[in-house]
Design a protein around this ligand. Structure first.
Ligand SMILES: Cc1ncc(COP(=O)(O)O)c(C=O)c1O
Length: 442
């Protein structure tokens, strides 16, 4: 008999879930159905405190009325308009508002729809920049082990995550990597920037010697690597990278998809860490995640080199149908207004000492081998069960969720990044619940 394809709305089969153990999930579904402020509610009504700002993105908390209303209003006025050879006012306004809080000198904004697209866009801008200046031999891109720049071929190749690339074989050519800076042996249980490891930036000189400076277009790093387990840069490391890039005419790209918009207690990580890149990528907190949007900011010098250095016509052969989408632009303007009015970076800064103490109070619990923290982020690293990497953290995740707190895990590392509106009672609840779950997973 022919099978008839009857839609079954409550069926979990059709949605092939991203970065998910689909087989496990579909037999043990955890469905989030509503969100407000610091809280989610599951489909069956259980309250879950958000310890991760969704996926490091809802910095202003969930369901912010100002953002919702801005999206509703814009949808009613104009749902979509192209930004190829046309424009609409709200996209220009969004970019100008964003430029106000970007690190000084970075005030040209190219819109994307995600962090992955921002990473690939930044790499393409770097290549186009050198080409426009007559240095088309600069095609090499340098990333770092344990870097995460999303899932496009550019970001995946320059990123340094085994699991993100081993399934797909060939990566981009002309890519090399710096070593990561994670060193528990020397830096365990660090509050703020770890003391040891600035010298790892000098490995860029080794890559320059190996490949030739005039073949390298750009170095892309996260100022603080989030997705691979909260790897905070050692004191002096980023400054050294900046110096070596300057010395050799290499562009420095910061991927601030996680560190942007107040997470480290400043507008961008660049500010907190005291180093300004040539290109900065962002997404997530740009719209408080209410509508997908990413962006790449560059200096005037990069914009001018490409725009004035190209023949008449389209200067950068790149863009997305939804670059500067009206609903995303509206969400971004409203988010940036909240960011300023509520001083979200200032709130993160004010809460940082309390959050840090609470995080480090887990030291001494079974299997906790490191805790590191900066701004409103912390990583808690557990020892793995023999032969079963990540299993312990998965147990901790499930117990926390069942006990009403959302955490995030990567391997056997727990990462916490609550919305920047978190109050002491939320911080207490997150760490009390986590403490119980770590003990239960011993
Ligand atoms: C630093 C960084 N870059 C890029 C990305 C990819 O962003 P998206 O998932 O929006 O493509 C992420 C996602 O977590 C990220 O943390």
């Amino acid at each position: 008999m022919n099978q008839i394809n009857v839609p079954r709305p409550n069926d979990l089969d059709a949605f092939w879930m991203p970065f998910t153990d689909n087989r496990y999930f579909k037999s043990h579904p955890r469905l989030l159905a509503r969100a407000e402020g610091m809280l989610y509610w599951t489909a069956d009504g259980q309250e879950v405190l958000d310890g991760t700002a969704g996926l490091w993105c809802c910095n202003a908390g969930h369901g912010r009325r100002e953002i919702t209303e801005a999206i509703q209003k814009q949808a009613a006025v104009m749902d979509f308009a192209p930004t190829f050879q046309l424009g609409h006012p709200i996209a220009f306004e969004a970019a100008a508002r964003l430029a106000e809080i970007l690190p000084q000198g970075l005030d040209r904004v190219f819109y994307t729809n995600s962090g992955s697209e921002s990473a690939d866009t930044a790499l393409k801008i770097a290549l186009a920049y050198h080409k426009a200046r007559g240095q088309s031999q600069r095609v090499r891109l340098i990333g770092r082990e344990r870097g995460y720049h999303g899932v496009g071929f550019g970001g995946m190749s320059v990123g340094g995550i085994g699991g993100n690339r081993k399934q797909f074989g060939a990566m981009l050519p002309y890519v090399d990597h710096l070593p990561h800076t994670h060193d528990i042996g020397r830096n365990a249980f660090t509050k703020g920037l770890p003391e040891h490891g600035a010298e790892l930036a000098d490995r860029l000189e080794d890559l320059v010697a190996l490949h030739g400076a005039d073949t390298i277009a750009a170095v892309m790093v996260e100022p603080m690597a989030g997705s691979t387990g909260v790897l905070v840069p050692p004191v002096g490391y980023l400054k050294r990278l900046r110096e070596i890039c300057d010395k050799h005419g290499i562009l420095l790209i910061f991927d601030e998809v996680i560190t942007g918009f107040g997470r480290l207690g400043t507008n961008f990580g660049a500010e907190r860490l005291g180093v300004t890149p040539d290109i900065l990528t962002m997404a997530k907190g740009l719209t408080n995640a209410a509508v997908p949007m990413g962006a790449v900011a560059t200096s005037d010098g990069i914009y001018d080199a490409i725009v004035n250095g190209s023949p008449d016509g389209i200067e950068l052969f790149h863009g997305y149908t939804y670059s500067g989408h009206p609903l995303a632009a509206a969400a971004s303007i409203a988010t940036l207004a909240l960011h300023k009015a509520e001083d979200l970076p200032g709130r993160a800064r004010a809460m940082e000492p309390y959050f840090e103490e609470a995080a480090h109070s887990l030291r001494g619990l079974p299997n906790v081998v490191d805790i590191r923290s900066i701004g409103l982020v912390c990583g808690i690293e557990l020892s793995s069960r023999p032969g079963k990497p990540a299993a312990r953290a998965v147990d901790v995740f499930r117990k926390c969720f069942d006990d009403g707190v959302l955490i995030r895990t990567t391997g056997d590392i727990i990462a916490l990044s609550p919305p920047l509106i978190a109050e002491k009672q939320h911080v207490d609840r997150i760490f009390e619940t986590l403490s119980g779950a770590i003990k239960a997973a011993a």
